[in-house]
Design a protein around this ligand. Structure first.
Ligand code: AKB
Length: 326
């Protein structure tokens, strides 16, 4: 993204990643230059009061255009999406929001001559036939979830827009994202966030995947860093565009439980897999992110133990202040 970029729009700004990304972008580019948007959920006071906020529906092009025109938007971070677990309950909604939302953002970017569009993908683009360990950048993309189908189609659509129309689009395949500010909504990797909240609140957690489930994960500060680093990379250096693998850490649910127990010795976790187990089993265990490292210098900072210490410190403070859930 051009460093002199003047007006940024974030869709899905009330969500788990969008809420922290918006605040990081406001800090970096100036609060008035970062327009936050959400569909229905009320933003918290920090998001609402620190800069412009609008309710829009990304599936309705007109509602997007109003804000783009009003703020002369030149960069979009398109974070609005239906995630994997809700996507399996409501596949048509998932298709509608993820595909029509994406094409609307791309068309607006063309029509309003924008500089840059960031559209995240996910490890959900992979499927059971993909190599599980150290999953390569270029590999089999045959997901078995609707969310995954929309992520593969979205990557292809974005790369098509880059090649056909010369639009500057960038995207990363996020692993499960763990954070302490806004709860995730409707993903398969949500257990890796919920476990911390329940550990602090109740000292126990019932996990919806098996204890040996190993998935790639990332702590929010690295997620924000990867997103902004990619957005600011020189376009000329990028051979890939919409589908960068980004790795950080991989651990089993049991290893996560053990890392929490180092700080809360009485913490107990039981395992009761539900329909999300099959989704988790279809995804990689670890990711080869050498393309991201080579093309834009990606390097994660956080590991499991450092993340656990930080998460528990933050959530304990919030719990003491009586606002664990915001
Ligand atoms: C989900 O679990 O659906 C998301 C993802 C890995 O994209 N967190």
């Amino acid at each position: 993204m051009a460093k002199d970029s003047k007006s940024i729009l974030v869709t899905g700004a009330v969500g788990q990643i969008g809420s922290e990304l918006t605040m990081a972008l406001r800090e970096r580019y100036g609060a008035d230059n970062v327009v936050a948007t959400g569909r229905k959920t009320e933003p918290g006071p920090e998001l609402r009061e620190s800069g412009p906020f609008y309710f829009i529906d990304v599936t309705e092009r007109a509602s997007l255009d109003v804000v783009v025109k009003k703020h002369d938007i030149d960069t979009v971070y398109h974070m609005a999406a239906i995630l994997s677990a809700v996507g399996e309950k409501k596949p048509l909604l998932c298709w509608d929001v993820n595909m029509n939302g994406t094409i609307n953002v791309l068309r607006a970017a063309m029509d309003f001559d924008m500089n840059t569009v960031i559209i995240p993908s996910s490890i959900a683009a992979f499927g059971p036939e993909t190599p599980k360990e150290n999953t390569p950048q270029e590999t089999v993309l045959r997901p078995t979830t609707m969310y995954g189908v929309t992520k593969v189609a979205g990557e292809l659509l974005c790369d098509y827009y880059v090649g056909r129309f010369g639009l500057d689009i960038r995207g990363l395949r996020y692993p499960g994202i763990i954070s302490s500010e806004t709860l995730p909504g409707g993903g398969t990797t949500d257990y890796a966030v919920e476990i911390y909240y329940k550990a602090v609140e109740e000292g126990s957690y019932e996990c919806f995947v098996r204890e040996d489930t190993r998935l790639p994960m990332m702590y929010m500060p690295d997620c924000i860093k990867s997103t902004i680093d990619l957005a600011e990379a020189d376009f000329e250096n990028l051979k890939h565009h919409s589908d960068f693998n980004v790795g950080s850490m991989s651990f089993t649910a049991k290893e996560l439980e053990d890392s929490i127990r180092k700080h809360i010795p009485d913490f107990t976790c039981t395992y009761k897999p539900d329909y999300r187990q099959e989704i988790a089993d279809s995804w990689p265990s670890s990711i080869d992110d050498s393309a991201a490292r080579e093309e834009w210098g990606w390097e994660p900072v956080w590991d499991l133990n450092a993340m656990t210490e930080d998460m528990l410190k933050k959530l304990r403070r919030r719990h003491e202040e009586g606002r664990l859930y915001g």
